[in-house]
Structures are given as C-alpha cells and as structure tokens.
Design a protein around this ligand. Structure first.
Ligand code: HEM
Ligand code: SF4
Ligand code: SF4
Length: 529
C-alpha cells in the first residue's frame, strides 16, 4: 500500500504546508478534520431542527413548505435550509479527506483497525441521510433520485412489490411515504451519532471540537455561501414527466449516473466491493506485531503519568496488587497497546542517570528497552569528534536522519519521539556526551502517534511531566518537525544547528559536571567490564 500512501502523504504535506502559511496550526482545517466533521454535524442538526418546524410531509405540501422557507422566509428559514445543505456537503468533504489522510498517514492499521472499520458504517449512514434529505424536497431532482433509487433497490430480490411502482403515478404515492422518509432522515443521523461514539472508543483524548477560530471561520464561510448562493429546488416533481435534465449534488449523488451508465446490479457489485476493500485495508498488508510494553511493579509508584500520556487508552490505573505502599499501579491492555513507547518516555523512573544495570523503568518496551538506548548512545558518541558533536533523536515514522550522513552526528530512532524520556537529553548534554541534541520526528500536526510532538514540546517547556531539567541549556537543543517531503529541510536544520552550537561559548558548568561524573562512571565501567 505504500505506493498509494506515499504520494498521498506528500500531497497532504504540501497542502498543509501551504495552509500553514495562512492559518495558525489550531486553525489549519487539515489538522482537525474529525473535529470539523463533528462541527458540521452540529450545524446540520441545529439547522435541521429549525427547518423541520416548517416542513410539511405530503406529496404537494413538502415542496410547497420548502418553497415557503426559501422565498417567503429567506432571511431565516431559507438561510437555515442553505446551512443544512452546505454543512451536509462539508461533512462529506471532510469525511473523504479525513479518511484519505488517516490512510496516507498509515493510522488505520495494526491495533488501530477498530477506528477505521467503525468509520465504514459512518460512510454509508452519511450518504443515506444525505440522499433521503434530497428526496424530501420532492422536486425534479428528488423524483430522479426516487426513481433511480427504486430501480437500484428493486435489483435486490427483497421487496414483494417493486419499489419503483410507487413513483409511476401521483395516486400511487401517499403521504405516509413522506412520513417514512422523514423518519429515516432523522433516525439515521441518530444512529450515526451512536456509531461516532463507538468510532472514538479507542482514541484517547479525541478532538471533537475545533478551535473557536476554526469553528467561527467555518460558520462564517457557510453563512456567506448561504447568502450568496442560497439552496434552491429544481421545480416541483411531476410523475407524469420523466426528468430530462437535473442538476446533481456532486457531494452526495455521484453514484446515480452510474445506474444509467452501468446497471443496478453493477452498481451494487461496485459499492459492495469498494466497501469490502475499505474494510480490509487495515490488513493490507497486516502490520508487523511488536510486543506490548510491560509494567515492572517493583519500579512503578502509581504516578499515573503513563496512563495520562498513552494516546490509545492502553494503560489504566488499578488498585495496588503487590502490597507496596502505593494506592495504584499501571496495568497495560496488550490488545490496545501499539508499542509506541510514549508511556516509557513519561515514566519518572526511566532515567539513564541510574547507575549501571540498575536502570529499570516502571514501564518499558521489552524489545527496545531504554537501557539499551543508553548503551547505544554511550558507544556511538565515543566516535564523535569536532567542535559540534550532535546527537539526533528521531522517530521510526519520521525522516531517517541517519540516512542524511551528517558529519559528527550520531542518530537514534525511537518508535515515537515522546518515547524519549527528557532525562536522556539531560544525560547527553550534562555529561558532555555531545554538544547539542536535535529532536525530530513527524511533521507538526501529523504525529503518527497523535500526541508525540505535543507531549515532547510540553515536557521541554516544563509544562508536562516529566520536565526537562532547567540546567539543560536550551540553546543546545533544537526541535525540527519536518515531513517526508522535506529531507533537505532536516539536513539544513541540523547543519545550521551544528554551526550555532560550535559558536557557543564554552559551558563551564557542563565541564565541571562532566568531570565530576566521569570519575565514578569510569570506575563503574571497569567494574562492569
Ligand atoms: C462524519 C464522519 C467522521 C467523523 C466526525 C470522525 C471523527 C473522528 C475524530 C474526532 C477522530 C479523532 C481525531 C483525533 O483527535 O486525533 C477520528 C479518528 C479517526 N477516524 Fe474518523 N470520523 C469520521 C469518519 C471516518 C471514516 C469514514 C473513517 C474511515 C473509514 C475514519 C477513520 C478514522 C481513523 C483511522 C482515525 C484515527 C484513529 C487513530 O489515530 O488511532 N473516520 N475520527
Ligand atoms: S506503548 Fe504506547 S500504546 Fe502502549 S501503553 Fe505505552 S503509550 Fe500506550
Ligand atoms: S509512569 Fe511509571 S511509575 Fe508512573 S504509573 Fe506509569 S509505570 Fe508506574
């Protein structure tokens, strides 16, 4: 699937970078598609309730009541009708882009399959709600939809009397049909809200409300559109006439021409096959299994940081089971854990300053324990020379900094940048293992594990535990968040940082601390060796 994901990801990176020039990150719609989807849904709901007050169910009343709203009460009911239509269109657009983006970022595979698969019924329900909405207007377009849908449904051998017969003559169509349609049009969004709730069950801290600026901007855009181009009908439906030309809504109705071009059966086969492909995407190909993190109760003090930072709700805090004098202990659900290591990066016991083999975090990845990272750093920095020795910490999902072949640089990749406990940065700088540290990973707004960049930034700014200690000179640390389309940006940023670091005055405090720690460390190394 990478052959599809890679170009898509690059395309998204370009568009997002373009929008970043116009909007602050909190207002860039591409970073908040799910939240925008919810916003559109609330606009659809409020405007729908208003429109429903004036809507009459009946073969002639339906059209007349909508005409009344559009022309006689254009300033409120008309605007509400337009908002209802444009917000519904916005929802489809958002849903399509959201889905493509999650696919491009590979955030649908492995243990994240659940969120993807529960998105599939959402797709169908949004279309059913939208199509029944167009149908309710009972204009020429609605008649076209009614006749085409009936023809399409009749292909299934489940209806005793062909549905299409209802639309052959006015006397065959009764008001109860409109009542049924209205019921479907209202019930489906209610089911949709329930499925959206399920959709987010495995997403911790889901963003369901866009930032105020983004919400107001979106509402202003919808209002402007409603005033400039109010939603309109296409002439009352007349069963005696076959609609010759109709204007289609290309957000909801693009499958309809296919019924004429192909056949009802072919459209069924196409839509079912497409749904099955979408359903199967999380396993195409299946993700490599990586062992879940493990808790070492002997080192867990129940501080809850791991549970707070886990983006997948895979850690819960439960009553202590080992009799130690703490209230709670961390418990990992391996079925939810994606092995991102963010919890290990959050654990206060993950500190490389602990001597020798005693570094034992309360929670750690069994396949990539942090003690190994410390050993690898110590081995790699021994080969660094020059006035600016740089250690780059990156993430498996971001750009491979090692590939850049930068001079005097040692690079280490973690499953997520937030899997790096800040104490490691302190360790590298204060023990003078290198002159500067670069943190890199995914591009800002696109963290594969959702919160990696945010958590890391907050830990460094001392706004989230565990803090990076104040003694680490921040001019010796740089963060570079770049997308896959921009290896040259990372290259340039690391080189520029190296020359900045080379120009820094010698840090006396660092040298004193280094000399102080090197003596016991050397003694300890000879003991270990
Ligand atoms: C109206 C429709 C939808 C809404 C309102 C919606 C909403 C959301 C929200 C709020 C999130 C959490 C985003 C975050 O905080 O990072 C999310 C995540 C996600 N959604 Fe949707 N969604 C919709 C449709 C879909 C569809 C159709 C699919 C795919 C078939 C889908 C797949 C996903 C995936 C894969 C994630 C990411 C889960 C993760 O990062 O672990 N969504 N969605
Ligand atoms: S490794 Fe990641 S998914 Fe697993 S428990 Fe830790 S933070 Fe959660
Ligand atoms: S962060 Fe570490 S010490 Fe705190 S609860 Fe989790 S495993 Fe235990």
């Amino acid at each position: 699937m990478t052959f599809l994901q890679r170009p898509l990801r690059i395309l998204f990176s370009w568009i997002e970078a373009g929008l970043d020039r116009v909007f602050p990150p909190a207002w860039n719609p591409f970073y908040h598609l799910g939240a925008l989807g919810f916003f559109y849904l609330w606009v659809v709901t409020v405007s729908g309730i208003y429109v429903y007050i004036f809507f009459d169910t009946g073969t002639t009343e339906a059209y007349d009541s909508i005409e009344y709203m559009t022309y006689d009460q254009w300033y409120l009911a008309g605007v509400m009708r337009s908002l209802h239509r444009y917000a519904s269109d916005g929802m489809v657009l958002m849903m399509g882009v959201h889905m493509l983006r999650e696919f491009a970022l590979d955030r649908h595979r492995g243990k994240r399959w659940f969120t993807w698969v529960t998105g599939l019924p959402i797709l169908w329900l949004v279309f059913i709600a939208g199509i029944t909405g167009y149908w309710l207007v009972w204009d020429t377009l609605a008649l076209y939809i009614a006749q085409s849908s009936a023809q399409w449904l009749d292909w299934l051998p489940i209806f005793g009397t062909p549905v299409v017969r209802n639309f052959l003559a006015d006397e065959l169509l009764d008001d109860r049909f409109f009542t049924l349609l209205t019921f479907i049009h209202i019930a489906v969004p209610l089911i949709l809200v329930f499925i959206l709730w399920i959709h987010l069950q495995r997403v911790s801290r889901p963003e369901v409300n866009p930032a105020r600026g983004l919400a107001l901007g979106t509402l202003a855009m919808l209002l402007a559109l409603s005033l400039v181009k109010p939603a309109d009908s296409q002439g009352a439906a007349n069963l005696a006439l076959v609609p010759a030309t109709v204007g289609l809504d290309w957000f909801y109705l693009y499958a309809y021409p296919l019924i004429d071009i192909w056949s009802s059966g072919a459209l069924w086969v196409f839509l079912i096959a497409l749904s099955l492909i979408v359903f199967a995407l999380p396993w195409m190909p299946p993700m490599r299994r990586v062992a879940a993190v493990e808790v070492d109760l002997a080192n867990c003090n129940g501080c809850t940081r791991c549970a707070e930072d886990c983006p997948y709700s895979a850690v819960t805090m439960q009553p202590r089971s080992d009799g130690r004098p703490f209230e709670r202990e961390a418990v990992v659900d391996p079925a939810l854990c994606v092995s991102c290591g963010i919890c290990a990066g959050a654990c206060p016991t993950s500190t490389p300053f602990r001597r020798g083999d005693t570094m034992a975090p309360g929670i750690d990845l069994p396949d990539q324990p942090l003690i190994e990272l410390r050993d690898r750093i110590e081995a790699a920095v021994a080969n660094l020379e020059g006035p600016a020795r740089i250690v780059v910490f990156g993430c498996d999902r971001g750009l491979d900094a090692g590939r850049l072949g930068l001079p005097d640089t040692a690079t280490f990749s973690l499953p997520c940048i937030a899997a790096l406990p800040p104490s490691f940065i302190d360790y590298v700088i204060s023990r003078d293992l290198a002159d500067g540290v670069v943190l890199t990973g995914c591009d800002d707004g696109n963290c594969y594990h959702r919160f990696g960049i945010d958590w890391m930034r907050d830990r460094i700014a001392q706004q989230r535990d565990p803090y990076l200690r104040a003694r680490v000179p921040r001019e010796r640390l740089r963060m570079v968040w770049v997308g896959p389309a921009e290896p040259a940006v990372l290259d340039r940023a690391v080189r520029a940082f190296a020359s900045d670091v080379a120009a820094l005055p010698p840090d006396l405090g660092r040298t004193i601390r280094r000399d102080a720690v090197r003596r016991p460390q050397t003694a300890e190394a000879s003991e270990r060796g």
